[in-house]
Ligand binder design. Structure first.
Ligand code: SF4
Length: 369
């Protein structure tokens, strides 16, 4: 099947990422840019870049040039707090942490409790604020530098309103409707919201780089339409692919289908059972057939999760691929391997999450650097 759909609200089908680059008008993250990143940071690249989990960009070449010339840049990303975070949500934060650490730049993290309240019919304002605190713990647990990382929650960080006003004057209704799909029934708060979301791209008079999944790109196209008229840079972005849910490579891991996701607060034992029961593999109908024909790692979620995040070692990943193809490996063995990796990750994350409770204040952005 090559039919797929990617919008900020919905991802369906098996995404053809090369086609998506054409459709969205972004640029591929080339070997040259990846090598330049390694050269400038004097570092070995993490798997997100080595294995092209990040695959597309806007103006990343300019970000690297600004860094090289000494102008610098800053990072901005965010989280809409409408529920618990899962593994698919947190992986881009690990990539962001790597960028922050290696380039030594400031990072702003916007927690859009206002957005979630306005856009999710059933969510109360109290609920979204509760999730904001909960999600902030997961984000801090990633290990960001507290001196260079500034987390703010829109409903608390009221200074953002002042910054959003000149932006709101630059966006007309049809521009916003084209991106957000507003209708007659849309609430007026929703229509103003794009100005709030664009404001952090102007926090510093440097180029802003947004690392995010590619479905978020349409939001930033809007910013790029008016940024220069306000005397700022068009924001740059690097785009990741999607982390698939346990039950198939179509779409992305979704909080609305809990059995397909591993939440960061899942009990490690339960998470293991979920993977064992639901993870789709590229295995054959019987062990005998698998030994004869080999498995299909290209169709396998277990392999995909190892490739995206859980198998750091390139050599081991390739050996697993070959062993699967040659019929030397059975899916049960592979699932057990992944389960152990996921459980270790969850235990460590949950330990750090607990420690994060004492660090929340340190990360709070007040508008002062
Ligand atoms: Fe996937 Fe492993 Fe089964 Fe191959 S053996 S299809 S990689 S789970």
């Amino acid at each position: 099947m090559d039919e797929f759909k990617v919008t900020p609200w919905d991802v369906e089908g098996v995404v053809d990422y090369a086609k998506l680059i054409e459709e969205f008008g972004t640029s591929p993250l080339t070997d040259e840019l990846i090598e330049k990143t390694a050269e400038l940071t004097k570092s070995e690249l993490p798997i997100y870049f080595r294995r092209r989990f990040f695959f597309s960009h806007r103006d990343y070449d300019k970000v690297l040039a600004d860094y090289e010339s000494g102008k610098g840049f800053f990072l901005y990303t965010g989280r809409g707090p409408s529920g618990p975070m899962h593994i698919g949500h947190i992986i881009p934060f690990f990539a962001t942490k790597w960028l922050q650490e290696k380039f030594g730049v400031n990072l702003y993290i916007q927690i859009t409790d206002d957005e979630k309240f306005l856009f999710k019919e059933k969510l109360t304002f109290d609920d979204t604020k509760k999730w904001a605190y909960d999600n902030i713990l997961d984000i801090i647990a990633v290990g960001f530098d507290p001196d260079k990382t500034f987390i703010f929650q829109d409903s608390e960080f009221t200074k953002i309103y002042e910054m959003a006003i000149p932006i709101a004057k630059k966006i007309n209704y049809s521009m916003a409707r084209a991106v957000f799909g507003f209708t007659e029934q849309s609430k007026i708060g929703m229509i103003f919201y794009p100005a709030i979301q664009a404001a952090p791209t102007f926090f510093e008079r440097k180029r802003c780089l947004i690392p995010a999944a590619i479905d978020q790109d349409p939001y930033w196209r809007l910013q790029r339409d008016f940024a220069e008229s306000l005397g700022y840079y068009k924001t740059a972005a690097i785009h990741s692919k999607f982390v698939p849910g346990l039950m198939g490579l179509e779409g992305k891991m979704s909080a609305s289908k809990p059995e397909t996701a591993i939440y960061l607060t899942d009990d490690p034992e339960e998470a293991g059972k979920k993977i064992w029961k639901y993870a789709l593999t590229g295995g054959r109908a019987t062990a005998k057939e698998q030994r004869e024909k080999g498995g299909e790692p290209e169709k396998c979620v277990v392999f995909k999760w190892l490739e995206i995040f859980f198998e750091e070692d390139d050599k081991k990943l390739m050996e697993r691929y070959q062993a699967c193809k040659n019929g030397e490996l059975l899916c049960g063995q592979c699932k057990r391997y992944l389960i152990e990796k996921v459980q270790n990750f969850l235990k460590e994350h949950q330990r750090k999450r607990k420690e994060a409770e004492k660090k929340v204040e340190k990360f709070k952005y007040t508008g002062e650097l």
